[in-house]
Design a protein around this ligand. Structure first.
Ligand code: GUN
Ligand code: FE
Length: 474
């Protein structure tokens, strides 16, 4: 590919860790990644003479400018660094950000009424406030290493397009959706079927034209966002399904989050067999659909999801906070369902996917404690598995698995630089990689311990730099 002066061309040297397979870390040390125009062009393992390699690369690329980042050395403070793929948050409500941490003892339906709808209404009408909130959410999630995110905006078109514009400006890869709610919604925050469809069509074209003006790299894409079945009419669901198919737009919604919500769905849609069938019967379940929560599903429902190839956004921080329940991730994975992680701010209180991964691991252990010993162990998710959900799983759910989530040639360089042991919560003692190359298992174990410490004790301070499509955004 011909390098341009606009995007960064990078030569990176050192340790790279990712999780191309569920449960396994891929650890590459003394490795060079060559990034041209934000894309991983070459990967070379076990490089001993970095200076010669750099000279060679430069001469092959006619001495264009490369930023060179060498993290191979241990720092004088004893810290260790590695590159890790950027996190993917598949479920986040941008306008709810001012409410994070505020949920009291509510559960879903009274939480929506008390905290959520009034705030979303405010940010729907007040674009100045919306701009300052959206900027904060984008900055905070980027600081925490989230390079791709799927946002719910508000019911309002301008407020939705504004969010997309800010994602482009601040350099976050994003899906942005106008919330649809044309039935049973509070009077002060609702729309008609016609409004919903017309505004969605405009949102799709506005976001696509913003993206093409910015280079047409699909850094920001529209996503259809019927809020959840109890508040969307059947004809709107059906129409959105058609738009999804003919305009190739993904869909995001909530499914089976709380018991009261499931009862509501039963009474509103008696003709459908269950909650998942409401989406299936009304044209919303396909391989581009992202289903948040999926906690209280039956076997039949899980089978429908698996057959449709829709993906799940597991939101364990939210599920524990507003006491929705425990999503059986292993049960979903065993059925071949794509699973990812979502912060679900502000049902979830944290902007961090690292924290969400940690909580996902703990929730899996709560499930394990309630099942028999034998089966119980199976339900536990490991650190490597939750990191897979946070990266590759997210890419699969957003149908971006050929673009982001791991370090392979041809993929975009969406990454974070992790520094462990830099005077934060993660203390590292005498961390030394044995130089003997026979000691592969020992080396792997050493790295595994370090990654485990990061997952359990880390926060945004370990994420020292972040890149999206080769552009440094932190
Ligand atoms: N169900 C319908 N709307 C919402 C929302 O904003 N957050 C969560 N967590 N669940 C929902
Ligand atoms: Fe949500």
């Amino acid at each position: 590919m011909k390098p341009s002066s606009k995007t960064k061309n990078l030569i990176l040297y050192g340790n790279f860790i990712d999780t191309p397979k569920l449960g396994k870390l891929r650890i590459r040390t003394e490795t060079i990644l060559l990034i041209i125009n934000g894309i991983i062009e070459e990967i070379e393992d076990d490089v001993c003479d970095i200076d010669t390699r750099i000279t060679d690369i430069k001469s092959r690329y006619n001495n264009i400018f490369f930023e060179i980042i060498d993290i191979s050395k241990k720092h004088s403070n004893g810290s260790v660094q590695f590159f890790f793929p950027g996190f993917i948050d598949t479920h986040c409500h941008a306008p709810q950000y001012p409410n994070i941490g505020i949920f009291g003892n509510t559960t879903l339906l009274n939480w929506l009424e008390k905290y959520t709808f009034p705030l979303e209404k405010e940010l729907s009408d007040d674009l100045i406030k919306a701009e300052s909130v959206y900027k904060k959410v984008i900055e905070k999630t980027l600081q925490n290493g989230t390079t791709t995110i799927s946002y719910y905006a508000t019911i309002n078109r301008s407020s939705t397009v504004l969010l997309a514009k800010l994602c482009l400006e601040l350099g976050q890869r994003a899906f942005v959706g106008k919330v649809c709610m044309d039935m049973n919604a509070p009077g002060y925050y609702s729309e008609s079927h016609e409004q919903c469809i017309q505004e969605n069509i405009k949102v799709i074209s506005d976001i696509r034209s913003l993206d093409s003006k910015a280079g047409g790299n699909k850094m920001v894409e529209p996503i259809l966002t019927p809020r959840f079945a109890p508040m969307v009419s059947k004809k709107t669901m059906y129409e959105l399904g058609k738009i999804s198919k003919y305009q190739c737009v993904p869909i995001q919604t909530h499914l089976s989050e709380s018991f009261n919500e499931i009862e509501m769905v039963k009474s509103i849609f008696p003709e459908s067999r269950d909650y998942t069938s409401v989406y299936y019967d009304n044209n919303l379940l396909n391989e581009r659909t992202v289903l948040a929560h999926c906690i209280h599903l039956s076997e039949d429902e899980a089978k429908m999801i698996s057959d449709s190839k829709a993906g799940v956004s597991h939101c364990p921080v939210s599920n524990s906070s507003i006491t929705s329940g425990e999503c059986r991730v292993r049960w979903l994975l065993d059925k071949g369902i794509k699973v990812s992680l979502g912060t679900d701010m502000s049902g979830g209180y944290s902007p961090s996917i690292l924290k969400t991964a940690r909580q996902g691991l703990l929730v899996s252990r709560h499930i394990a404690m309630k099942t028999s010993d034998e089966v119980g162990d199976k339900d536990k998710l490991s650190t490597n598995e939750v990191l897979f959900l946070a990266t590759v799983g997210g890419a699969e759910v957003m149908n971006l698995e050929k673009t982001v989530g791991k370090f392979n040639v041809g993929m975009s360089f969406d990454a974070q630089l992790i520094e462990v042991g830099c005077g934060t919560n993660v203390d590292v003692f005498d961390w030394q990689i044995p130089s003997n190359s026979d000691a592969k298992e020992v080396i792997t174990e050493k790295w595994q311990d370090l990654v485990d410490k990061w997952v359990f004790l880390g926060d945004d301070r370990e994420t020292t730099k972040v890149w999206v499509n080769g552009n440094q955004v932190k």
